[in-house]
Design a protein around this ligand. Structure first.
Ligand SMILES: C[C@@H](N)C(=O)N[C@H](C)C(=O)O
Ligand SMILES: [Zn+2]
Length: 206
């Protein structure tokens, strides 16, 4: 397969059989922050693009995570903050942070984000009233308190509370049950499948 065959234009996703709309995933709310100015860039970076999709296998896994939550924490629901993110948007996000230490919170566009294959998702939890559960930091808050790897230290130092870590634990348990993997720097980010396999094998959405 050559490079052109291994890319899909975001504009063609709606009719592509490998992708599933997020709105069809049962038990999951959708609030794509990069489609609004409520993100670290401060403007809607998706423009007119419809990015509310995941690859089918990741969407099915998200439905399993939602089902696990419904069974274990009644009234608590997943809300998707970002999912499929075309390569052009990853490049725009990178340009915002380039030259700063905050690039540690982004996949380099040349290496490819798992989001750009439709195999990563940013999620948090809503309570029964539709309010976000307190996770200690907000989505894309690029500070040590957002790092799962520092949670024990943050708890000991009073930077995070036990309740906040309990909420993160519910989210992580649901997502891991469904087959997602965590990363060390962002509590909200989950990848589906082996990252290197995804990068080697799946078509990039541009
Ligand atoms: C920017 C942030 N929300 C994110 O998704 N980071 C990961 C690591 C990525 O860029 O793939
Ligand atoms: Zn992410």
């Amino acid at each position: 397969m050559n490079a052109a065959e291994r890319t899909i234009a975001c504009e063609d996703i709606a009719s592509h059989p490998a992708f599933q709309p997020l709105l069809s995933v049962p038990g999951v709310a959708v609030d794509l922050r990069y489609a609004t100015p409520d993100n670290f860039v401060g403007r809607a970076v998706y423009g007119g693009l419809d990015c509310a999709y995941l690859r089918r296998e990741a969407a099915e896994a998200l439905a399993r995570a939602a089902d696990w939550l419904a069974r274990h924490h009644s009234g608590v629901q997943l809300v998707v903050l970002d999912a499929l993110r075309p390569q052009r948007v990853q490049e725009a996000l990178w340009a915002e942070l380039e030259g700063t230490p905050l690039t540690q919170y982004l996949a380099h566009p040349a290496r490819r984000s798992i989001h750009s294959f439709g195999m990563a998702v940013d999620v948090t939890l809503l309570d029964a009233q539709g309010r976000e559960l307190d996770m200690g930091t907000g989505f894309d808050e690029m500070t040590p308190a957002s790092h799962p790897e520092f949670e024990a230290e943050q708890l000991a130092q009073g930077g995070l509370t036990a309740a906040q870590l309990t909420h993160r634990g519910w989210l992580r348990a649901a997502m891991r049950f469904a087959g997602f993997q965590t990363i060390s720097t962002e509590w909200w980010h989950f990848d589906f499948g082996d990252r290197e396999w995804v990068r080697r094998t799946l078509p990039l959405v541009i």
